[in-house]
Design a protein around this ligand. Structure first.
Ligand code: GUN
Length: 281
């Protein structure tokens, strides 16, 4: 049976580390503030945004909340982002995605100052990650690196296969694993003979977006399996992209859903907010 990689416990440790740092900064007269913008009232986005604000409160980070109506124009949103870019007291700016269809996501991401881009989505942040310069790193892949390191999984020299090539997870994940000296293969919906590739993975990172898609036939015995997916199944229970019951029998370690990668995303957002102080100095 595979070892469970406990993202809930590890995320709490990271949040507590952030809390300590925030308290140290407060003693030096430095406070940290995150601006959180949500346009419209998509219920899933509201849950995420609330969890982010709750994490800020727990850690001692101030949060400014902007709940804008669905009809907000792109110009209005850009004007708010520009105002927050200029505001000295604001360290981080987060626009919850997706934004309504009449707003262009890329234009919004590009408008956030790279110095305040705590999501790590700005082209400058991604470019810096690519060439090893300081900058914010996308929270979910950064959280996966923390999970691996804090459960003593060796990354260097291992074959890491990433399934999925999104800008938010797959691509930055591949860059981070490369930075950790893994040999990296990225697979996606057009990859031929995908099982032949995934079965070579020492570390398999699954961000495919299909419930329980990856069963044990995709996995090498003893592999470490990281499940980025989150879905609700027929019984309204949460499940991932990995068929947990099947894969846990042959993997050496595996993240559960819930309680694996999910809680790490917010913990790393908090870490990015804390680190923003150094990046902005
Ligand atoms: N929507 C889904 N995940 C995320 C995230 O990590 N950041 C933002 N801003 N929006 C999201």
């Amino acid at each position: 049976m595979a070892e469970l990689i406990d993202g809930k416990t590890i995320s709490t440790i990271i949040k507590d580390e952030c809390k300590e740092k925030v308290a140290e900064y407060k003693k030096q007269g430095i406070s940290i503030c995150l601006a959180v913008i949500q346009v419209g009232n998509d219920p899933a986005s509201s849950v995420y945004v609330n969890n982010k604000k709750k994490a800020c409160a727990y850690i001692g980070i101030d949060s400014l909340s902007y709940e804008l109506p669905e009809e907000t124009t792109q110009e209005e949103l850009l004007a708010l982002i520009e105002e927050l870019n200029q505001k000295k007291e604001v360290n981080g700016i987060l626009v919850q995605l997706p934004v309504p269809k009449h707003i262009d996501e890329k234009t919004i991401i590009n408008a956030i100052s790279p110095k305040k881009d705590v999501d790590g989505f700005h082209p400058q942040s991604v470019g810096s990650l690519c060439i090893g310069q300081p900058g914010f790193v996308s929270c979910t892949p950064a959280g996966i690196i923390e999970l691996l390191k804090r459960t003593n999984v060796d990354i260097s020299g291992k074959h890491c296969v990433v399934i999925g090539r999104s800008n938010i997870v797959g691509k930055p994940m591949a860059l981070l694993m490369l930075r950790e000296n893994a040999t990296v293969t990225v697979t996606h919906s057009k990859t031929k003979n995908i099982k032949e590739i995934t079965k070579q993975a020492d570390i398999l990172i699954v961000a495919i977006g299909k419930p329980k898609y990856i069963d044990s036939s995709y996995v090498k015995e003893g592999a470490v399996v990281i499940d980025v997916g989150i879905h609700r199944n027929e019984d309204n229970k949460l499940c991932g992209d990995v068929d947990f019951e099947s894969v846990e029998k042959i993997a050496s370690a595996i993240t559960p859903v819930p309680g694996g990668v999910g809680p790490m995303t917010i913990a790393m957002l908090m870490k990015n907010c804390v680190d923003s102080v150094l990046l902005q100095q």
